[in-house]
Design a protein. Sequence first.
Length: 162
Amino acid sequence: MLVNMPVLQADEKEQTLKLAIALKVARFVQTHSDNGKHYTIAIAKGALDRGSEGLLKGLTVHKLPVSIEHIERPEQVKDQQMLLLPKLHGKSLKAWLHAATSQHVLTISDMRGFAEAGGMVQLYKASRRFRLKINLDAVRQGGLKIRSRLLKIAEIIRRGRV
């Protein structure tokens, strides 16, 4: 039996995989910001194609249905549990990280040097596989807790500015 499925381009497959990893990471992170109704993921402009969010329908994190908010400015970070960031630099990155940390929001990006710059979780590719870097200082500064099972498979960074 053949199933009629759209063929995903390489970039789409990679974005889908990154989103799946981010959701898996979320299941191992205890956040304080909980609206009790949804697990809200804020997607900063440029972090993810809008078409990818359809993959989240029906999914849950911590028994809460996943919802998406597209945001354009750091001031819009509030009441979400996760923030996906695009490649940013300098003052712009610092503003986003400060906003997320002060609101106890998990930050995730595939930007090179993200964990070292003060981001919480960085996705990167090594030997054709996705890996994680976790900045424990940033996680603790944001008031979050990560289960040891996730820490065992990640590269731990204990420095960086927020």
